[in-house]
Design a protein around this ligand. Sequence first.
Ligand code: SAH
Length: 243
Amino acid sequence: MKILLPLVLSMITFAREATAQDELCARERAAMVETIRGYAHSASSGAGQQSLSERVLEAMGRTKRHLFIPERSCSIAYADRPVSIGHGQTISQPFIVALMTELAEVAPDHVVLEVGTGSGYQAAILAHLARKVCTIEIIPALAETAAKALRDLAYDNVSVRLGDGYAGWPECGPFDAIVVTAALGQVPAPLIEQLKVGGRLVMPVGAAYSTQQLTVVEKIAPDKTTTRAVALVRFVPFTRSQN
Ligand code: SAH
Protein backbone atom coordinates (compact mmCIF):
# COMPACT_ATOMS: atom_id res chain seq x y z
CA MET A 1 0.00 0.00 0.00
CA LYS A 2 2.88 2.35 0.99
CA ILE A 3 4.47 1.81 -2.42
CA LEU A 4 1.20 1.92 -4.32
CA LEU A 5 -0.03 5.27 -2.98
CA PRO A 6 2.66 7.50 -4.60
CA LEU A 7 2.18 5.56 -7.83
CA VAL A 8 -1.59 6.13 -7.78
CA LEU A 9 -1.10 9.83 -6.96
CA SER A 10 1.36 10.32 -9.80
CA MET A 11 -1.05 8.55 -12.17
CA ILE A 12 -3.85 10.90 -11.09
CA THR A 13 -1.57 13.95 -11.62
CA PHE A 14 -0.58 12.61 -15.05
CA ALA A 15 -4.23 12.03 -16.01
CA ARG A 16 -5.15 15.58 -14.85
CA GLU A 17 -2.31 17.10 -16.87
CA ALA A 18 -3.31 15.05 -19.91
CA THR A 19 -6.92 16.24 -19.60
CA ALA A 20 -5.81 19.88 -19.23
CA GLN A 21 -3.61 19.44 -22.33
CA ASP A 22 -6.52 17.90 -24.27
CA GLU A 23 -8.76 20.82 -23.32
CA LEU A 24 -6.12 23.33 -24.39
CA CYS A 25 -5.71 21.50 -27.71
CA ALA A 26 -9.47 21.43 -28.25
CA ARG A 27 -9.64 25.21 -27.71
CA GLU A 28 -6.75 25.83 -30.10
CA ARG A 29 -8.38 23.53 -32.68
CA ALA A 30 -11.71 25.39 -32.38
CA ALA A 31 -9.84 28.71 -32.83
CA MET A 32 -8.16 27.30 -35.96
CA VAL A 33 -11.56 26.41 -37.42
CA GLU A 34 -12.78 29.97 -36.81
CA THR A 35 -9.63 31.39 -38.43
CA ILE A 36 -10.09 29.38 -41.61
CA ARG A 37 -13.84 30.06 -41.65
CA GLY A 38 -13.07 33.81 -41.67
CA TYR A 39 -10.19 33.38 -44.11
CA ALA A 40 -12.44 31.61 -46.61
CA HIS A 41 -14.57 34.73 -47.00
CA SER A 42 -11.72 37.19 -47.36
CA ALA A 43 -10.02 37.98 -50.65
CA SER A 44 -6.64 37.91 -48.82
CA SER A 45 -6.74 34.11 -48.76
CA GLY A 46 -5.72 34.13 -52.43
CA ALA A 47 -8.65 31.83 -53.16
CA GLY A 48 -11.14 34.58 -53.94
CA GLN A 49 -14.43 34.12 -52.13
CA GLN A 50 -14.29 30.33 -51.89
CA SER A 51 -16.54 29.39 -48.99
CA LEU A 52 -16.03 26.28 -46.89
CA SER A 53 -18.95 24.01 -46.08
CA GLU A 54 -19.92 23.14 -42.51
CA ARG A 55 -19.14 19.46 -43.27
CA VAL A 56 -15.52 20.31 -44.11
CA LEU A 57 -15.16 22.69 -41.14
CA GLU A 58 -16.60 20.01 -38.86
CA ALA A 59 -14.05 17.45 -40.13
CA MET A 60 -11.29 20.02 -39.48
CA GLY A 61 -12.66 20.51 -35.96
CA ARG A 62 -12.75 16.79 -35.23
CA THR A 63 -9.31 15.82 -36.55
CA LYS A 64 -6.44 15.95 -34.04
CA ARG A 65 -3.81 17.59 -36.25
CA HIS A 66 -1.29 17.68 -33.37
CA LEU A 67 -1.15 13.86 -33.38
CA PHE A 68 0.08 13.89 -37.00
CA ILE A 69 3.10 16.17 -36.50
CA PRO A 70 6.46 15.14 -35.02
CA GLU A 71 6.41 17.58 -32.02
CA ARG A 72 2.77 16.80 -31.16
CA SER A 73 2.56 20.45 -30.04
CA CYS A 74 -0.89 22.02 -30.22
CA SER A 75 0.35 25.60 -30.54
CA ILE A 76 2.37 24.56 -33.60
CA ALA A 77 -0.30 22.25 -35.03
CA TYR A 78 -3.24 24.66 -34.83
CA ALA A 79 -1.57 27.82 -36.14
CA ASP A 80 -2.66 28.39 -39.76
CA ARG A 81 0.78 27.51 -41.05
CA PRO A 82 2.47 24.58 -42.81
CA VAL A 83 4.48 22.30 -40.49
CA SER A 84 7.63 20.34 -41.27
CA ILE A 85 7.18 16.58 -40.99
CA GLY A 86 10.81 15.63 -41.73
CA HIS A 87 12.39 14.19 -44.89
CA GLY A 88 12.10 17.66 -46.49
CA GLN A 89 8.28 17.42 -46.53
CA THR A 90 5.56 19.60 -45.02
CA ILE A 91 1.96 19.23 -43.99
CA SER A 92 -0.02 22.06 -45.64
CA GLN A 93 -1.49 24.94 -43.67
CA PRO A 94 -4.99 24.09 -42.39
CA PHE A 95 -6.74 26.53 -44.75
CA ILE A 96 -5.22 24.85 -47.81
CA VAL A 97 -6.16 21.38 -46.49
CA ALA A 98 -9.74 22.60 -46.00
CA LEU A 99 -9.82 24.29 -49.42
CA MET A 100 -8.58 21.18 -51.26
CA THR A 101 -11.09 19.04 -49.37
CA GLU A 102 -13.90 21.45 -50.26
CA LEU A 103 -12.92 21.52 -53.94
CA ALA A 104 -12.92 17.69 -54.04
CA GLU A 105 -16.66 17.74 -53.10
CA VAL A 106 -16.45 14.52 -51.10
CA ALA A 107 -19.75 12.78 -50.24
CA PRO A 108 -20.36 10.03 -47.62
CA ASP A 109 -20.51 7.21 -50.20
CA HIS A 110 -17.34 8.30 -52.03
CA VAL A 111 -14.09 6.44 -52.61
CA VAL A 112 -11.20 8.91 -52.56
CA LEU A 113 -7.55 8.67 -53.59
CA GLU A 114 -4.88 10.86 -52.06
CA VAL A 115 -1.40 11.00 -53.60
CA GLY A 116 1.18 12.21 -51.05
CA THR A 117 0.16 10.79 -47.65
CA GLY A 118 2.88 12.70 -45.78
CA SER A 119 1.73 12.82 -42.15
CA GLY A 120 -1.67 11.23 -42.85
CA TYR A 121 -3.54 14.40 -41.76
CA GLN A 122 -5.25 15.16 -45.08
CA ALA A 123 -6.20 11.47 -45.35
CA ALA A 124 -7.80 11.68 -41.88
CA ILE A 125 -9.85 14.73 -42.90
CA LEU A 126 -11.01 12.89 -46.04
CA ALA A 127 -11.80 9.81 -43.94
CA HIS A 128 -14.38 11.80 -41.95
CA LEU A 129 -16.20 12.68 -45.17
CA ALA A 130 -15.84 9.62 -47.45
CA ARG A 131 -16.63 5.91 -47.31
CA LYS A 132 -13.09 4.83 -48.22
CA VAL A 133 -9.75 6.61 -48.58
CA CYS A 134 -6.74 5.14 -50.36
CA THR A 135 -3.51 7.09 -49.95
CA ILE A 136 -0.05 6.60 -51.48
CA GLU A 137 3.29 7.86 -50.16
CA ILE A 138 6.66 7.51 -51.86
CA ILE A 139 8.91 7.94 -48.75
CA PRO A 140 8.90 4.68 -46.73
CA ALA A 141 9.41 6.28 -43.27
CA LEU A 142 6.51 8.71 -43.82
CA ALA A 143 4.21 5.96 -45.12
CA GLU A 144 4.98 3.90 -42.02
CA THR A 145 4.50 6.74 -39.51
CA ALA A 146 1.27 7.90 -41.18
CA ALA A 147 -0.13 4.37 -41.29
CA LYS A 148 0.60 4.00 -37.56
CA ALA A 149 -0.98 7.37 -36.65
CA LEU A 150 -4.10 6.52 -38.66
CA ARG A 151 -4.28 3.05 -37.11
CA ASP A 152 -3.81 4.36 -33.55
CA LEU A 153 -6.63 6.85 -34.10
CA ALA A 154 -8.87 4.09 -35.52
CA TYR A 155 -9.26 5.53 -39.02
CA ASP A 156 -10.35 2.11 -40.27
CA ASN A 157 -11.53 3.35 -43.67
CA VAL A 158 -8.03 4.51 -44.75
CA SER A 159 -5.51 2.28 -46.58
CA VAL A 160 -1.92 3.49 -46.91
CA ARG A 161 0.34 2.19 -49.65
CA LEU A 162 4.04 2.79 -50.25
CA GLY A 163 4.86 3.68 -53.86
CA ASP A 164 4.90 6.23 -56.66
CA GLY A 165 1.42 7.69 -56.87
CA TYR A 166 1.87 8.73 -60.52
CA ALA A 167 0.32 5.41 -61.53
CA GLY A 168 -2.58 5.83 -59.07
CA TRP A 169 -4.05 2.75 -57.36
CA PRO A 170 -6.39 1.02 -59.85
CA GLU A 171 -7.35 -1.84 -57.48
CA CYS A 172 -8.66 0.67 -54.94
CA GLY A 173 -10.66 2.72 -57.48
CA PRO A 174 -12.35 3.96 -59.54
CA PHE A 175 -12.41 7.17 -57.55
CA ASP A 176 -15.07 9.79 -56.98
CA ALA A 177 -12.37 12.27 -56.00
CA ILE A 178 -8.57 12.47 -56.14
CA VAL A 179 -6.45 14.85 -54.07
CA VAL A 180 -2.77 15.25 -54.98
CA THR A 181 -0.69 17.05 -52.37
CA ALA A 182 2.60 17.44 -54.26
CA ALA A 183 3.30 19.70 -57.25
CA LEU A 184 3.90 18.54 -60.82
CA GLY A 185 3.88 20.30 -64.18
CA GLN A 186 0.99 18.23 -65.48
CA VAL A 187 -1.78 16.00 -64.17
CA PRO A 188 -0.74 12.31 -64.39
CA ALA A 189 -2.86 10.62 -67.08
CA PRO A 190 -3.40 7.41 -65.00
CA LEU A 191 -5.14 9.50 -62.33
CA ILE A 192 -7.63 10.91 -64.84
CA GLU A 193 -8.26 7.35 -66.08
CA GLN A 194 -9.03 6.16 -62.54
CA LEU A 195 -11.42 9.07 -61.90
CA LYS A 196 -15.14 8.33 -62.32
CA VAL A 197 -17.20 10.44 -64.72
CA GLY A 198 -18.54 13.28 -62.57
CA GLY A 199 -15.47 13.04 -60.30
CA ARG A 200 -12.95 15.76 -59.44
CA LEU A 201 -9.20 15.85 -59.11
CA VAL A 202 -7.58 18.62 -57.05
CA MET A 203 -3.86 19.23 -57.48
CA PRO A 204 -1.16 21.92 -57.47
CA VAL A 205 -0.03 22.17 -61.10
CA GLY A 206 3.22 23.93 -61.90
CA ALA A 207 6.98 23.85 -61.51
CA ALA A 208 8.68 22.58 -58.37
CA TYR A 209 10.14 25.14 -55.94
CA SER A 210 7.91 27.85 -57.38
CA THR A 211 4.27 28.84 -57.02
CA GLN A 212 1.73 26.55 -58.63
CA GLN A 213 -1.92 26.85 -59.60
CA LEU A 214 -4.24 24.88 -57.36
CA THR A 215 -6.21 23.21 -60.12
CA VAL A 216 -9.56 21.39 -60.24
CA VAL A 217 -10.06 18.90 -63.08
CA GLU A 218 -13.58 17.59 -63.53
CA LYS A 219 -14.20 14.48 -65.63
CA ILE A 220 -17.41 15.29 -67.49
CA ALA A 221 -17.38 12.33 -69.94
CA PRO A 222 -15.12 9.25 -70.37
CA ASP A 223 -12.79 11.24 -72.65
CA LYS A 224 -13.55 14.78 -71.59
CA THR A 225 -12.37 16.97 -68.71
CA THR A 226 -12.72 20.62 -67.72
CA THR A 227 -9.96 22.42 -65.84
CA ARG A 228 -10.00 25.51 -63.68
CA ALA A 229 -7.32 27.25 -61.62
CA VAL A 230 -8.45 28.31 -58.17
CA ALA A 231 -5.52 29.80 -56.25
CA LEU A 232 -1.77 30.26 -56.24
CA VAL A 233 -0.11 27.81 -53.87
CA ARG A 234 3.35 26.49 -53.02
CA PHE A 235 3.71 22.72 -52.56
CA VAL A 236 6.64 20.33 -52.23
CA PRO A 237 7.59 18.59 -55.50
CA PHE A 238 5.95 15.44 -56.81
CA THR A 239 8.88 13.03 -57.15
CA ARG A 240 9.12 9.94 -59.34
CA SER A 241 10.46 6.54 -58.43
CA GLN A 242 13.51 5.38 -60.39
CA ASN A 243 11.98 2.10 -61.62
N1 SAH B 1 -0.96 15.35 -47.53
C1 SAH B 1 0.14 15.38 -46.60
C2 SAH B 1 1.20 16.41 -46.94
C3 SAH B 1 1.92 16.04 -48.11
S1 SAH B 1 3.47 16.71 -48.48
C4 SAH B 1 -0.30 15.60 -45.18
O1 SAH B 1 -1.50 15.75 -44.93
O2 SAH B 1 0.55 15.56 -44.32
C5 SAH B 1 3.60 15.84 -50.02
C6 SAH B 1 3.90 14.39 -49.89
O3 SAH B 1 3.88 13.84 -51.19
C7 SAH B 1 5.27 14.09 -49.30
O4 SAH B 1 5.15 13.26 -48.20
C8 SAH B 1 6.00 13.42 -50.46
O5 SAH B 1 6.92 12.44 -50.04
C9 SAH B 1 4.84 12.81 -51.23
N2 SAH B 1 5.11 12.49 -52.64
C10 SAH B 1 5.87 13.19 -53.52
N3 SAH B 1 5.87 12.57 -54.72
C11 SAH B 1 5.10 11.45 -54.58
C12 SAH B 1 4.72 10.40 -55.47
N4 SAH B 1 5.16 10.34 -56.72
N5 SAH B 1 3.91 9.42 -55.00
C13 SAH B 1 3.48 9.44 -53.72
N6 SAH B 1 3.81 10.41 -52.84
C14 SAH B 1 4.61 11.41 -53.26
